[in-house]
Design a protein around this ligand. Structure first.
Ligand SMILES: NC(=O)C1=CN([C@@H]2O[C@H](COP(=O)(O)OP(=O)(O)OC[C@H]3O[C@@H](n4cnc5c(N)ncnc54)[C@H](OP(=O)(O)O)[C@@H]3O)[C@@H](O)[C@H]2O)C=CC1
Ligand SMILES: O=C(O)CCC(=O)C(=O)O
Ligand SMILES: [Mg+2]
Length: 473
């Protein structure tokens, strides 16, 4: 079955039932070490996870790690350009849950991202990246503890589908010609616009099904959070990209107000309901004026539309959501992408789950990680309905590779997410406890040490792992 790798001789497979993993006591879990700093981070991660499982379950549970190859290491073993061998894909498919270090993607030309390829091959449509603060972590922000968000990023489409044509390529030029001469002129709203003849072209597909399955998962996650964090914010640049990013927002609201009608309230609905609660005699038009500050300047048609919206909301959900009942529901709102980048800095405690398309989520997860201590503190998971691959937000950080210096925190915390996904909460809690205590005691790697006042001597990557284990208690 495998060409150059052999699964561990002990251990069993994880399977999936209704999208949830069924985990034996001794699961086999494939891991990819990763390029660049993967060489430092992976051994530290494995050591911490093994120690936590051993301590939590006293030998009754154990992970059998299965080394599989991708990136530079794969080429060394399988030959030139064998960046993602079939063996690796077979193993991940067979064992269901995997964890990986970062993999290099060249800029401009060369191979397309192996990280993205894995997400697409296994349909890992939700990239889940929690950004929360561990006490004692130095941060460029005054109140980093106020940020506690989970970026829920659509992980398989958007421009990451990678359908693009190089400037000057035959098909790219043909496409531009067809667009300029046929399709754009046939679309009145595009007027006399033309694509420059020397442009590269990329396609940005955003589908209804792809958007809604991501938002569905985000809402289900919100249902598991404490009441004050039960909120899903749809992040988009829908004012500019109306039929892709704007549609993502609309499909998100549609899903929330149909599939999750009893569980959700939208922000606008909450205003309408709240207005009526404060003044039961409010007319529909007065209510409409209160939810839309520019109401009086609108055209009669637009005004009528908003009055109709108020009427529909009150007819449809006053009984189920009115009289304050909406305060117990999941709040679904939306924010324009550029705005959310400033909002997570200026009003961090107003947000919880940020549901995004692929590119926005990629940017936003790095930015949010920076607030709570940097890319060394940014874990992540790529989750589908029958497979999950855990990986950090950061990349290979090549200048730090092989120095036993980098912060393994993000991959270790990705391991925590993996343990939680497996239902091994006791082991996950031990790792979080050890990591929190190490940081609180100033035992940190260079990235955090350089921000602490007064400065502390940084630990090596491997020493940080040992410190975490020491603080399991
Ligand atoms: N999922 C994946 O595998 C990903 C892969 N990549 C790939 O990684 C390669 C390098 O990308 P690059 O843009 O340099 O981004 P990186 O995330 O690899 O690194 C950028 C900087 O972030 C900081 N950083 C990253 N990881 C850590 C860590 N574990 N601990 C502390 N600080 C950290 C370092 O800052 P400083 O030097 O200031 O300390 C580093 O120089 C590219 O090929 C890219 O495509 C990128 C993102 C995700
Ligand atoms: O695949 C890559 O090289 C980069 C991907 C990335 O930045 C991410 O998923 O956050
Ligand atoms: Mg990224």
């Amino acid at each position: 079955m495998y060409d150059k790798i052999t699964p561990p001789t002990t251990g069993e497979k994880i399977t999936f039932k209704n999208g949830e993993p069924v985990v034996p006591a001794n699961p086999i879990i494939p891991f990819i070490r990763g390029d660049g700093t993967g060489i430092d981070i992976w051994p530290a991660t494995e050591k911490v996870l093994d120690a936590a499982v051993a301590k939590a379950y006293k030998g009754t549970r154990k992970i059998s790690w299965f080394k599989v190859y991708a990136g530079d290491e794969a080429c060394d073993l399988y030959g030139t350009y064998q960046y993602l061998p079939q063996d690796t894909l077979t193993a991940i498919k067979e064992y269901g849950i995997a964890i990986k270090g970062p993999l290099t993607t060249p800029v401009g030309g060369g191979i397309r991202s192996l990280n993205v390829a894995l997400r697409q091959i296994f349909d890992l449509y939700a990239c889940v990246r929690p950004c929360r603060y561990y006490a004692g972590t130095p941060s460029p922000h005054k109140n980093p503890e106020k940020l506690d968000v989970i970026v829920y990023r659509e992980n398989t489409e958007d421009i990451y589908l990678g359908i693009e044509w190089k400037q000057g390529s035959e098909i790219g030029d043909r496409l531009i010609k067809i667009l300029n001469e046929e399709l754009i002129p046939a679309t009145p709203e595009h007027g006399k616009k033309q694509i420059p003849l020397d442009a590269g072209i990329g396609i940005k597909p955003i589908s209804k099904s792809g958007s809604q399955r991501l938002v569905r998962r985000a809402i289900k996650h919100a249902l598991t959070l404490p009441k004050n964090k039960q909120q899903v914010t749809l992040v988009h640049k829908g004012n500019i990209m109306k039929y892709t990013e704007g549609a993502f927002r609309d499909w998100g609201y549609e899903l929330a107000t149909t599939e999750f009608r009893q569980e959700c309230v939208t922000e606008r609905e909450s205003w309408i309901l709240g207005n009526k609660e404060k003044n039961a005699n409010l007319s529909l038009e007065e209510n409409a004026r209160m939810i839309d500050p520019g109401f009086d300047a609108l055209t009669p048609e637009k005004k009528a539309q908003i009055v109709k919206e108020v009427e529909t909301v009150l007819n449809d959900i006053w009984a189920s959501h009115g009289n304050g009942k909406w305060k117990e529901k999941i709040m679904v709102n939306d924010r324009i992408a550029d705005s959310i980048f400033q909002q997570i800095q200026t009003r961090p405690d107003e947000y919880s789950i940020l549901a995004t398309m692929n590119l926005n989520g990629d940017y936003l997860s790095d930015a949010a990680a920076a607030i709570v201590g940097g890319l060394g503190m940014g874990p992540g998971a790529n989750i589908g309905d029958s497979c999950a691959v855990f990986e950090a937000t950061h990349g290979t950080a090549p200048k730090h590779a092989g120095l036993d210096k980098i912060n393994p925190g993000s991959v270790i915390l990705s391991g925590v997410m993996m343990l939680e996904f497996m239902g091994w909460q006791e082991a996950a809690d031990l790792v979080k406890k050890g990591l929190s205590a190490a940081i609180a005691n100033g035992q940190v790697t260079y990235d955090l040490a350089r921000m602490i006042e007064p400065p502390v001597e940084p630990l090596k990557c491997s020493e940080f792992a040992d410190a975490i284990i020491k603080y399991f208690g």
